[in-house]
Design a protein around this ligand. Sequence first.
Ligand SMILES: Cc1cc2nc3c(=O)[nH]c(=O)nc-3n(C[C@H](O)[C@H](O)[C@H](O)COP(=O)(O)OP(=O)(O)OC[C@H]3O[C@@H](n4cnc5c(N)ncnc54)[C@H](O)[C@@H]3O)c2cc1C
Length: 441
Amino acid sequence: MVLGLLLARAGVRVTVLEKHADFLRDFRGDTVHASTLTLLDELGLGERFAALPQRQFDRARLQLDQGTVQVGDMRRLPGPNKHIALVPQWDLLDLLADAAAEEPTFTLRRNAEVTDLLREGDRIVGVRFTDRTDGSTHELRATLTVACDGRGSAVRAAAGMRPRGFGVPMDVWWFRLPRHADDPTGLVGRFSAGHIMVMIDRGDYYQCGYLIRKGADAGLRAAGIAQFRARLVGLVPWVADRVDAIRSFDDVKLLDVRLERLRRWYADGLLVIGDAAHAMSPVGGVGINLAVQDAVAAARIVAPALRAGGLVPESVLRRVQLRRWWATALVQAGQRLAHRRILGPALSAEDEGRSASQLGGRAEVEAVRPVRVADPFQDAPTESLPPLLRLLRRFPALQGIPARMIAIGPLPEHAPEWARRPTTPVPAAVPEVSESISRSG
Ligand SMILES: Cc1cc2nc3c(=O)[nH]c(=O)nc-3n(C[C@H](O)[C@H](O)[C@H](O)COP(=O)(O)OP(=O)(O)OC[C@H]3O[C@@H](n4cnc5c(N)ncnc54)[C@H](O)[C@@H]3O)c2cc1C
C-alpha cells in the first residue's frame, strides 16, 4: 500500500492486488514506529493517523520475575515523533488505501489472488490472478511487478526464488484476553524462565502472543486448555479473573515464526520487498517498519524510470536491494542473536523443569511450575538484573540505543519531495475504538 501510494503520487499507473476482501486480519502486529509516523507526517497523513483509535507508548519495559525493568526510552529519540503507536493494522491500511484512492492513477483490486507470473522470454511482464468473488482468472501486464505478498509469497515462488532460512527456536500462540479499564496500557512484555508473553493493548482486550518452543504446539495442546490457563496465571497472576475467556484451543492460533532472506531481491521485470524478501521474526516488532522502509526506498529508486515510461533495468532494481540489504541483515542478525542467546535458552528452561514427566514416558508437557513473582509492577532490584540490563539501568542514556534500533531502525527512509503533501484534514467519520474492535472479529 505504501509503495502503491507513493508511485501513484509520482503519476505512475499502479495497481495493488490484494487477495482478501478487506484488511481485517490479526496476525501482523500493530506497531507503527516513530520513523513511520514521521513518514506519515511527510505524506500529509499525520493528522488523519492521529485521529485513529490508538494507544501510544514511549518507554519499553520488561516484567521479569523480580519486577519491572525499563530497557528502552523513546523520549531520547531524535526527530519529532518520540513514541510508538499501537494501531490495528487494518486501520492503517485503510487510511493508506483512502489516501491512494485520491490519486487518479491508483487502483486497488481486492479479492484478487495472484497465482502466477506472465513472462516474455526471461522477462516477467505481469501476473495472472484469480478473482475470488467468482473464480474467474485474469491477466495484468505490468512494466514492473513488485512482490510484496508476505512471507509465504506466491509471486516469489512463481519466480523460482527460494529464501535462505535461519533457524528459529519458537512459534507464537496468538489469542485475546479481556482488558479492564485500570489494567496496564500500551505494551506489556512478560519474561520468565520457560515463559515469555507480549500483551498488546487494544482497548477492551489484549492481543496476546505467548511464545512456545518450535514444534511444541501439538504436545502442549494435548495437555489441555486448563493446563494452559494455569500457565498464564502463573506467569501473569492479574489475569486470573479472565483466563476462562479462552474457552478452548480453538481460541488459540498457532503462528509459525520464520526468519528468512532472499539472496537476490529482483529479476528482470520483478522486485521483491518486505517479508517476501526477508521474513522477520516478531522479536523487536520491527517487520512492519522495515517493510514500509523498503517500499519508500523502492518508490524513490524506481519512480524515475517508470515515470519516463520505459522498462526498469535490473541495475536499478539492484539499487533497491543494495540500499535496504544491510539494514535488513543487521536487524535480522540482532533477532538471531536474541533467539540464540535469550529466547532459545529461556524457552528450554521449561525443558529442564519437565524432565520428571519425560522420564515417565513421552509426555510433552511439564506440570506447571510456579513462577516467582514479586510485585510485577515494582522496579526490579538492580543487583538482581543480568549485567546488560543493569548497565541500562545505571546509564539511562544507553536506553536511547535500543529505542532507536526498534522505533527508527538502522536506516530510516523519508518521503521523496514529489510524494510530500501538506497535512490533510481529518475525514468526518472516524471509527470509535469499540467499532474498530468489533470489526476485527
Ligand atoms: C506473530 C507475529 C507478530 C508480529 N508482530 C509484529 C509487530 O508487532 N510489529 C511489527 O512491526 N512486525 C511484527 N511482525 C512482523 C510483521 O507482521 C511483518 O514483518 C510485516 O507484516 C511484513 O509486511 P509485508 O507487507 O511485507 O507483508 P504482509 O503484512 O504479510 O502483507 C502481505 C499482503 O499480501 C497479501 N497477499 C498474500 N498473498 C497474496 C496473493 N497471492 N495475491 C494477492 N495478495 C496476496 C496478503 O493478504 C497481505 O495483505 C510480526 C510477525 C509475527 C509472525
